[in-house]
Design a protein around this ligand. Structure first.
Ligand code: NAP
Length: 309
């Protein structure tokens, strides 16, 4: 079995050494833009060049080093019937739950107010939190959205969840499909986006959507930058409909130094770190799936490329 690693990491041995340990039966190669075809059976990729699919014509499956496969599906020449396998959780959902909880607490517990008081040596106690004032809505109830929803529900926040299909989750009110979006948004003050980027979800976080949230809304985007219409967020903040936004992903990354978001005190910016790919968990999952696939066993996480996730 031949495996080709294609991820543009300046130190590919950080990946290939453990891959060889986990799959001693495999011959492991690193992508060389100028090299010949290696006739790989499997490719492990992150944002691969289009040349990969021109040169490697014997691939049986391609394994993405991330949960979101929008970047991979955009690569020209991706053969339409080649199985694309996404990362399933692999330690990301717990990080995402932590990140979202942190951003929620900043708002619901007024942490910025206490930091400001400390800067002024002020000891002042504000009224305790009323959870009923902070209903959360999670867009997407997949590996990540479910974990986020469960974590916040366990802390007694009122949690709504929205997905394409019906879901049943303890202590979470679930909504399915476009027709139910309005009801979901109307019951939500803190909106958390964990959707994948598809033709249907691109630009979903727009002015119309913000207008349907409860006033003084909080928007937490950990999906993709292209979900958010940036000027619409600024307008909703200026009008007071959105009080605060926590953004981890952006249309252009790194976020340009002159981008208006940097200057807005209502916006908390992080550089796409809400859930990092953890190498050990990632490679354990991918190599186990490669072995299973090679042995003709079924594997999970194969993307429906027509649906886009
Ligand atoms: P997932 O398991 O595939 O879940 C996707 C969820 O979105 C599903 O519940 C799905 O509904 C729902 N959905 C998709 N299209 C929809 C639509 N048109 N209308 C309503 N619901 C829709 O994906 P995941 O593992 O949770 O990851 C989600 C995304 O998080 C990734 O695609 C990636 O973009 C992002 N992500 C970001 C980071 C970061 O560091 N910021 C890290 C990892 C992942 P059904 O359940 O009905 O299918």
């Amino acid at each position: 079995m031949k495996i080709l690693f294609v991820a543009g990491d300046p130190k590919p041995e950080r990946w290939t050494v453990p891959i060889r340990e986990l799959l001693p039966e495999a011959e492991v190669h690193v992508w060389d833009a100028n090299g010949p075809a290696v006739d790989a059976d499997y490719a492990i990729v992150w944002q691969p060049p289009a040349a990969l699919f021109e040169r490697e014509t014997r691939l049986k499956a391609v394994f993405n080093l991330g949960a979101g496969i929008d970047g991979l599906l955009a690569v020209p020449n991706l053969p339409p019937h080649l199985p694309v396998v996404r990362l399933e959780d692999a330690g990301m959902s717990v990080q995402m739950a932590e990140y979202v909880l942190h951003q929620l607490l900043e708002a619901s517990r007024g942490m910025e107010t206490y930091r400001e008081q400390q800067r002024q040596n002020v000891w002042k106690i504000h009224r305790p939190i009323k959870r009923s004032e902070w209903p959360v809505g999670v867009l997407g109830l997949g590996h990540i959205g479910k974990r986020v929803a469960r974590t916040l529900a366990d802390l007694d926040y009122r949690v709504n969840g929205w997905a394409r299909s019906e879901h049943s989750l303890d202590q979470v009110t679930t909504y399915a499909g476009t027709d139910s979006l309005h009801g979901f948004l109307g019951a939500t003050r803190v909106l958390v986006n964990t959707l994948p980027l598809t033709a249907e979800t691109r630009d979903i976080l727009d002015y119309r959507l913000f207008s349907q949230l409860m006033p003084g809304a909080v928007v937490i985007n950990v999906g993709r930058g292209e979900h958010l219409v940036e000027e619409d967020l600024l307008r909703a903040i200026d009008e007071g409909q959105v009080a605060r936004a926590s953004l981890d992903v952006f249309r252009q990354e790194p976020l340009p130094a002159d981008h208006p978001f940097w200057q807005r005190p209502e916006i908390a910016i992080t550089p796409h770190i809400s859930a990092r790919t953890l190498r050990d968990a990632t490679l354990a999952q991918i190599t186990a799936k490669i072995r299973a696939h090679h042995n003709g066993e079924p594997i999970t996480g194969i993307v429906d490329t027509a649906r886009g996730y």
